[in-house]
Design a protein. Structure first.
Length: 126
């Protein structure tokens, strides 16, 4: 009987630790009201809760201030260093050639037409 009591006591203790250790997580409407941001400003899911975007991670990491940082500020808070090469954004001098219009190929003729018809007859669809 002593062994049964010990097993029951161990089960109750494990259950208590599991129930006490878990904290509810998710977006709270109060946060959206506090910051003036929609849930999607901090969460990947537009309805809130779950994984956070870099802005949400930086907001929580900085102690949940009244304002959610912008993306570049959030990345800087998270330790991401952005470098920009302005040469990537400078137009190359010269004239831009317009794209050629799309042309439809002519309908298949002869053997190609027969092969296509045979393939279509045996094609079962999606």
């Amino acid at each position: 009987m002593k062994r049964g009591v010990l097993i029951a006591l161990a089960f109750v203790m494990v259950l208590a630790v599991v129930l006490a250790g878990g904290q509810p997580t998710g977006a709270l409407p109060e946060y959206s009201e506090q910051t003036g941001e929609p849930c999607a400003g901090c969460h990947i899911s537009p309805s809130g809760g779950g994984l956070r975007t870099p802005r949400g991670q930086a907001w929580v990491g900085s102690g949940r201030p009244g304002v959610v940082p912008g993306l570049t500020d959030a990345l800087a808070l998270l330790g991401v260093r952005l470098t920009i090469d302005e040469a990537d954004f400078v137009a190359v001098p010269g004239e831009v050639q317009p794209a050629e219009p799309l042309r439809a190929d002519a309908a298949p003729a002869g053997a190609a037409k027969a092969e296509l018809a045979a393939w279509l007859r045996m094609y079962a669809g999606n």
